[in-house]
Design a protein around this ligand. Structure first.
Ligand code: TYM
Length: 332
């Protein structure tokens, strides 16, 4: 059976980008068609200056939101990364497979490193090695497919390179995974800056729709989205990024084609209005279920406990095999 692994980082409140780029497809298709594991990758939240209580709170919130969005723990595995030691155990071995140059070429590292320096902060070593931990997340489970948004493509590519290199040097140990992206919504842009990705760690802004935003807040953010000069509603990501982003969001929420949707509009106002309502409706059940789950945290913690136990059992043999393959003496 196909094995799927994907993760989400608790560095901020989850956004519409996370939903349309990843979570929506995990819920609708991935969990039903494969043996799927979905992980709140909390160790990754420590790579930048962090608030201890906030990381803890956001980790539980991310898990609750995944369940609220429709991940069903009876058909898939939901867990927290730091509850399963195999991730960091494997990351070290993969650090001995990756090169320093390879790490420094990662786009997200270069962008975040520049941001940290601009703010006068030192850069944590873990920010540089982050993609290796991500590779360990994926390879520990013999993963075939990694459903992610576009921004993670380079990291999955690195994961493939590391798996192939390790297998060539030390004998076949890892399945070589591939990234899969949704047809629409693989890169949702900030509503105020259609040239930049809608990112959850960005400073809270009017251009980011959070999954737990109130309907009126969502309406306001979408109605104020920056559009392009001109009038015509056409789907052209290069020439009209603002309008194309709205069409992508509307398509992501309704399951239709952005270019077909474009034909039905002759004004930006009408497009914004329909997009806002589609987002509100898509997120309504999620918000309701999340409110219910907040009153039953024992349930959420139980799901995470069982998930970690299953994940540990799956990862252990692969990580042990990697330790043996690279020349370490097995524990007696
Ligand atoms: P993270 O937490 O930034 O994002 C989680 C998922 O949401 C997608 N995504 C988006 N998709 C479309 N448009 C956007 N604006 C947008 N913003 C985020 C991401 O592509 C991702 O699929 N490094 C990963 C977490 C990770 C991981 C893993 C993922 C750690 N280990 C192993 C897969 C497998 C990250 O920072 O995702």
């Amino acid at each position: 059976m196909t094995r799927i692994f994907s993760g989400i980082k608790p560095t901020g409140h989850l956004t519409l980008g996370n939903y349309l780029g990843a979570v929506r497809r995990w819920v609708k298709t991935d969990q039903h068609r494969a043996d799927a594991l979905f992980c709140v990758v909390d160790l990754h939240a420590l790579t930048e200056d962090h608030d201890l209580a906030r990381v803890r709170r956001l980790s539980r919130q991310a898990a609750s939101l995944l369940l609220a969005a429709g991940l069903d723990p009876t058909v898939c595995t939901v867990f927290v990364q730091s509850h399963v030691d195999e991730h960091t155990r494997l990351a070290y071995v993969l650090e001995c497979t990756a090169t320093d140059g390879e790490m420094r070429r990662m786009i997200q590292y270069r962008e975040k490193e520049a941001q940290e320096r601009a703010r006068g902060r030192s850069v944590r070593l873990s920010l540089l090695t982050y993609p290796v931990l991500m590779a360990a997340d994926i390879l520990a489970y013999g993963t075939d497919e990694v459903p992610v948004g576009d921004d993670q493509a380079q990291h999955v590519e690195l994961t493939r390179d590391l798996a192939v290199r390790f297998n060539q040097r030390y004998g076949h140990t890892f399945t070589v995974p591939r990234a899969v992206h949704p047809e629409v919504g693989a890169r949702v842009m900030n509503l105020q800056e259609p040239g930049s990705k809608m990112g959850k760690s960005d400073d809270a802004g009017p251009g980011i729709v959070y999954l737990l935003d109130e309907p009126d807040v969502i309406r306001k953010k979408v109605m104020r989205a920056v559009t392009d000069s001109g009038r015509e509603v056409e789907y052209d990501r290069g020439a009209r990024p603002g309008v194309a982003n709205l069409l992508d969001i509307l398509a992501g929420c309704t399951g239709e084609e952005p270019s077909v949707l474009a034909e039905g509009y002759d004004s930006y106002g009408a497009l914004k209005k329909d997009t806002a309502e589609a987002v509100v409706e898509a997120l309504r059940p999620l918000r309701q279920r999340h409110a219910e789950l907040c009153t039953d945290l024992g349930y959420v913690d139980g799901v995470l406990r069982a998930g970690a136990e299953r994940a540990r059992g799956l990862a252990r043999p692969t990580v042990d095999a990697a330790y043996r393959a690279i020349g370490l003496l097995p524990a007696g």
